[in-house]
Design a protein around this ligand. Sequence first.
Ligand code: NI
Ligand code: MN
Length: 228
Amino acid sequence: MKVTYYGHSCFSVDVGGINLLFDPFITGNPAAEHIDISTIQADFILISHGHEDHILDVEAIAKRTGAKLISNYEIISWFKEKGIENGHGMNLGGAFAFDFGKVKYVNAVHSSSMPDGRYGGNPGGFVVTPTGSRTSFYYSGDTALTYDMKLIGETEEIEFALLPIGDNFTMGARDAVRCAELVGTHTIIGLHYNTFAPIKIDIAKTRQLFDETGKTLLLPEIGETIEV
Ligand code: NI
Ligand code: MN
């Protein structure tokens, strides 16, 4: 699968020619200033929770591309009031079969409010199982390590996981390794690090930590596309 990193927690995953964009926060990220959001393709935009560093560019990209939003019910309702009618609301524990594959909205231990202070529903993550595939991938969203992750590994075969490693607001690298063990994957794409001062990490030390546990940590450059 082709995965493109747009900085912070924003990734695009090409699932059989359908582009899934996760948590777009690009124009507010100085490290991503070389990314022109008017060039980003999106058929679906998946939103883990309401914080600004996950939704800032949703409106612009959705209005230009006509992408369908997938998130919790409250976030979909909030965007509807902004004129984005094309949305699919879910809630925790629920799965839905889209034409590209199945999406399950899974528990995240975090918070979720909209930039205007409105309630942003429960924060979540996504398990995506492409149509015809035996395996899935897991995008955790902002979350603490939680034993609920074990349930994901018990029911799905996770090929790779996109996990926060920046600590402070989410799990750090050590807990991301434990999360990977719970969901049963060896391949982790790191996110939610180095964007802000409290989530600055030592890349060399972080890589070493993953190496010691036999896990593969992928840290694509902003704008880079990798094959996973
Ligand atoms: Ni957050
Ligand atoms: Mn965040």
